[in-house]
Design a protein around this ligand. Structure first.
Ligand SMILES: NC(=O)c1ccc[n+]([C@@H]2O[C@H](COP(=O)([O-])OP(=O)(O)OC[C@H]3O[C@@H](n4cnc5c(N)ncnc54)[C@H](OP(=O)(O)O)[C@@H]3O)[C@@H](O)[C@H]2O)c1
Length: 281
């Protein structure tokens, strides 16, 4: 039994490998990475695999039974990248692919969901068994805004009153490890989200309590928020995507109260207060 993880040297991938090592022998785990040298400290075998270099994917997937395809981070380029991995997996005889998608990918108001929805369709059409891990927001996405809020005196965003069911990256990673290491997840779709949801005003209140001063939440129009993010150094296209994601959150796109994540990992998810406390001790 060989379980392979793409993007294994990324932030989520490293946590998946760590969690998987507590569930299956390290010899059954294979890190598929752009640069095997970066995986030297991981304690599992590593093979070179680049989504944009199809010739690397066949050899990388040889002998793999179960694959975790961690979605790429080049927004706009991901569909052909994911297609190349899925096609190589079919050719290599991979039995099941788990894929890190986005919450309710098929109905999400977030533009970010488009590539995930299309990848899910490819997976379903591939004939391989699949498991869709539809992840809500990582709590860690707010690390920069929390520091920025303390420095500038206000938390900003465009999420209005939208409730956000974020969870820690480690929670999503553990869920991925569970579906890779155990049976019964074939052709299943999981909507994975934190047990507790918060509005950005509630996050601002949490930051205020830890910072010892009042930090309000200022809700901005989408274009204005995108401009602020750009002025902070984010590329314009990415700033626009983040601002649009906030608008999607205002429409409920990142809220879920199904508790499927805590059910999979067998413990409550990590609340946003844990991130705030770790950043503002
Ligand atoms: N739910 C959320 O809130 C949220 C937030 C951000 C991102 N995401 C999605 O979740 C994924 C994992 O998150 P993360 O925090 O682990 O992101 P990350 O730290 O940026 O990791 C992305 C991983 O993808 C790998 N990768 C990128 N392009 C590749 C290519 N052409 N071929 C092979 N591997 C490639 C990177 O390889 P290297 O190690 O070589 O760089 C890295 O390991 C992201 O890529 C993105 O799709 C979700």
């Amino acid at each position: 039994m060989t379980i392979a993880i793409t993007g294994a040297t990324g932030q989520l991938g490293r946590l998946v490998v760590e969690s998987l090592k507590t569930r299956v022998p390290a010899g059954e785990i294979l890190a598929l990475v752009r640069d095997p040298a970066k995986a030297a400290d991981m304690g599992v075998a590593a093979r070179a695999a680049d989504y944009t270099q199809a010739e690397t994917l066949g050899p990388a997937l040889e002998g793999v039974d179960t694959l975790l395809l961690i979605s790429g981070n080049e927004v706009g380029q991901r569909l052909p990248q994911h297609r190349a991995v899925i096609e190589a997996a079919q050719a290599a005889g991979v039995k099941r692919i788990a894929y890190t998608s986005i919450l309710r990918a098929d109905a999400s108001p977030l533009v970010l969901a488009d590539e995930h929805k299309a990848t899910e369709a490819l997976l379903k059409a591939s004939g391989l068994a699949y498991t869709l891990l539809r992840n809500s927001w990582y709590a860690e996405n707010y690390a920069g805004s929390i520091h920025g809020a303390v420095a500038s005196g206000a938390l900003i965003g465009s999420a209005g009153q939208g409730k956000i069911s974020a969870a820690a990256r480690a929670d999503y990673a553990q869920a991925a490890a569970v579906v890779l290491a155990t049976d019964g997840h074939e052709n299943k779709t999981y909507e994975l989200a934190g047990d507790t949801a918060f509005t950005l005003a509630e996050l601002a209140a949490e930051i205020s309590a830890k910072a010892g001063k009042t930090i309000p939440y200022n809700d901005l129009p989408e274009a204005e928020y995108a401009k602020v993010l750009e002025s902070l150094g984010l590329p314009a296209a990415f700033a626009a995507i983040l601002a649009q994601s906030d608008v999607g959150a205002s429409q409920g796109g990142l809220f879920d109260d199904g508790h499927q994540l805590s059910a999979l990992i067998g413990r409550p998810t990590t609340p946003i207060s844990a991130l705030v406390a770790s950043l503002l001790p």
